[in-house]
Design a protein around this ligand. Sequence first.
Ligand code: NAP
Ligand code: G4F
Length: 346
Amino acid sequence: MPTAIITGITGQDGSYLAELLLAKGYTVHGLIRRASTFHTERIEHLYQDPHDPLARIVLHYGDLSDSSQLTNLFYEVRPDEVYHLGAQSHVRVSFDMPDYTGDITGLGAVRLLEAIRKSGVGCRIYQASSSEMYGDAPAPQNEQSRFQPRSPYAAAKLYAYWMVRNYREGYGLFACNGIMFNHESPRRGETFVTRKITRAVSAILAGRQKTLFLGNLEARRDWGFAPEYVEGMWLMLQQEAPCDLVFGTGETHSVREFVEEAFGYVNLDWREYVAEDPRYLRPTEVPLLLADPSEAKRRLGWEPGITFRDLVRIMMDADLEAAGLPAPGEGKRCLTDGRLAWLRKP
Ligand code: NAP
Ligand code: G4F
């Protein structure tokens, strides 16, 4: 059975992708950072005792700043596929830490590409490129749109994007860029706006928070459901030839609309709880992201099924449950890995 390496396995996407690959019979090797506390919460349910010779998930300490460990990993594991998801992935934080973001999010990808090239392992690689690279390019954005990055994060991702293309063309690597628009889930990091909102609504209901401070409410994003996007990553590496593709829903909504939907779900009037705080504004904002994902549909048959409204409700239900509160209505069912699964116990 195939073997894959996932960088960023402890992140939102890494955890869903690990689930998907294990379900497909892969052996999964994940790169994790050393920390003074455990931070493997998102993959805890997948843990297998490393003493078990049949264990199909193996974690390796390493860091995207350390090329020697990356090279060793390729010699040791000799993977068939690599999913490069590790990054300093927060756009606002990238303005505070521009050189760190360039190092990890930009150069990290190059260290990985070099490790593959030097080890001579004939594997395929997926690079987690981002719709942020479009910046303020006119919508809808597709594979032909101009890149106009507006943050250190976006510029670092764009560097990695071009290096992937260079290694594909120069060295014949099977290297793909998935240009993914925002995708969210109950496992989304707590400081990204969607999760910040759904957690706050639950905390307000539970009486633990009074106000939700936000930045720009007018920014618009193309928000999809993360488990559907990791399926797209896998499909990209199963093609006959490598290419770059856009993944998104083809719908855009403002942060304000997300707020209205989340508060509305539990019958709260958001205007009583939301306040604007300039500390969450960005020096340069990306005002409007809207995907044209028709090429991914044509080539891979990839099409997202979860709507904006469902996404808000899936996230709300999970955060209400985590706060010990009942969700309005029945438990929701949603599509993960192509199957119907309960997010909450029925
Ligand atoms: P995430 O939840 O922030 O996860 C990022 C992962 O990268 C974590 O596992 C993190 O490890 C790891 N990481 C950070 N710095 C590292 C370092 N120096 N060395 C090794 N690992 C490091 O991000 P995500 O939402 O799952 O996104 C996955 C990838 O897709 C990222 O590259 C992101 O930029 C890109 N992307 C995301 C979206 C989206 O909407 N989610 C859209 C387009 C592109 P720790 O757990 O130790 O922090
Ligand atoms: O949730 P966000 O922080 O995500 P952003 O900046 O769009 O980046 C995410 O998606 C990218 C794909 O397009 C990924 F590449 C990237 O790794 C990350 O996953 O912010 C979304 C919007 C922005 O316009 C921001 O200005 O929400 C606005 N916003 C308003 N108030 C806020 C807040 N964002 C955050 N994080 N916190 C706020 O209080």
